[in-house]
Design a protein around this ligand. Structure first.
Ligand SMILES: *Cc1c(COP(=O)(O)O)cnc(C)c1O
Length: 382
């Protein structure tokens, strides 16, 4: 195998860029003697809520917990149906199943790869309780439309914002048109710590307070409990996230700039490039292209020292053993756009630390590969 020239992640580079501040923030926590449920978490929650423009944030130990704890707080459980997409990270569906509820999948819009909102109403039954739109790859779903559908049918809306912290729509924000938002801070996310953590956001105090208790063994007062869980965001992670949060907008701008470079350099090739909806702030958690010969392209790039990965090559309803002993509904006609996309997706390296020169190297390799494929006659490339 060739030496890695363009890695898939820039985690260590990001650490080295902020090493002094991060090391000092960690040391302060270590010297404080308080490692869970301390003042650093409280400060981060406040800063996170302010950044997102939502009333409350509650730190948790993962984005998965954020999604299911929101459902628990809203009383979603066995017998209830939750509409979402099968073209997402597995955790979206897992959170529904953790609550014992039924996952109802709708297909995607093949351009954005987000939930096709035209198909949501047909999936609603008397048992439907909620919709979970996933802002996939860093581009928001049209939340105004989701909210209209939800209002008409009296449904809850929980946003899976694990990939889209800092994204926005043309005239709406994350958290503005929903009952709650789940975020993940696992390392690879646009705002990531060195390990696991996540948060919920909501404008409802009662829901935030409920999740504050649930995450801490059902306790809001020492020794007083009701059944809950352990899902706390540690002080060390909160300290790291506090150092990183002020850089998020600038990092997202850099992601957008490198995505623009890719788009410009790959124009005219046979690749299907990411579609940015007009007026949306897509923050490119992932830069996902599509091609019928995806596997071949991935192997070619690897030979050139370029690491490209697949998100997500197996849709949830295509996983082996699906649906196991869980409850799930796949429409009669299947999910053709989801399946086609899963077979074709390839994520190119994209992170704030990626340089324009690295993008040029990747693009040159792709063009070389593309030339060898001959003309498909379909895209006007020749
Ligand atoms: C990362 C991710 C999650 C889960 O977050 P964790 O912190 O890993 O539990 C959920 N949904 C989507 C779309 C994700 O990308």
């Amino acid at each position: 195998m060739a030496d890695v020239k363009v890695p898939f992640y820039g985690h260590v580079k990001q650490y080295l860029n902020l090493k002094k501040e991060i090391d000092s923030a960690i040391e302060q926590v270590l010297m404080s003697g308080t490692y869970v449920m301390g003042p650093t978490l409280a400060k981060f929650e406040q800063e996170c809520a302010e950044y997102m423009g939502v009333k409350r944030a509650v730190g948790l130990n993962s984005g998965t917990d954020a999604l299911w704890l929101l459902m628990e707080a809203y009383g979603i459980g066995p017998g209830d149906e939750v509409i979402t997409t099968s073209n997402t990270f597995f955790a979206t569906a897992e959170a529904v199943w953790i609550r014992g509820a039924t996952c109802v999948f709708v297909d995607i819009d093949p351009r954005t790869c987000n939930m096709d909102l035209d198909q949501v109403e047909a999936a609603i039954t008397p048992r439907t309780k909620a919709i979970i739109p996933v802002h996939l790859y860093g581009q928001m779903v049209n939340m105004k439309r989701v909210a209209e559908i939800a209002k008409k049918h009296n449904l809850l809306v929980i946003e899976d914002c694990a990939q889209a912290m800092g994204a926005a729509g043309p005239d709406f924000r994350v958290g503005q048109y929903s009952d709650g938002v789940g975020i993940s801070f696992i390392t690879a996310k646009n705002l990531g710590t060195f390990g696991d953590s996540g948060a919920i956001l909501t404008n409802r105090d009662d829901i935030a307070d409920k999740i504050l208790r649930l995450r801490n063994h059902g306790s809001s007062k020492r020794s007083v409990h009701s059944p809950g869980w352990n899902s706390r965001l540690d002080e060390i992670h909160a300290a790291i996230l506090r150092v990183k949060l002020p850089h998020l907008d600038e990092w997202n701008d850099l992601r957008r700039a490198r995505a623009k470079d890719y788009a410009e350099l790959l124009k005219g090739t046979s690749l299907q490039l990411p579609y940015e909806e007009p007026g949306y702030r897509h923050i490119y958690h992932l830069y996902v292209i599509e091609h019928d010969k995806r596997d071949d392209l991935q192997a070619y790039l690897k030979d050139k020292g370029i690491i490209a990965l697949t998100n997500y090559p197996i849709a949830i309803h295509q996983q082996e053993g699906f649906p196991w002993d869980r409850k799930a509904v796949v429409p009669k006609g299947g999910l053709p756009h989801t399946e086609r996309s899963a077979a074709r997706v390839l994520s190119l390296p994209l992170y704030p630390e990626l340089t324009r020169a690295e993008v040029e190297y990747v693009a040159a390799a792709i063009k070389e590969w593309d030339k060898q494929q001959g003309c498909c006659g379909c895209c006007g490339c020749k």
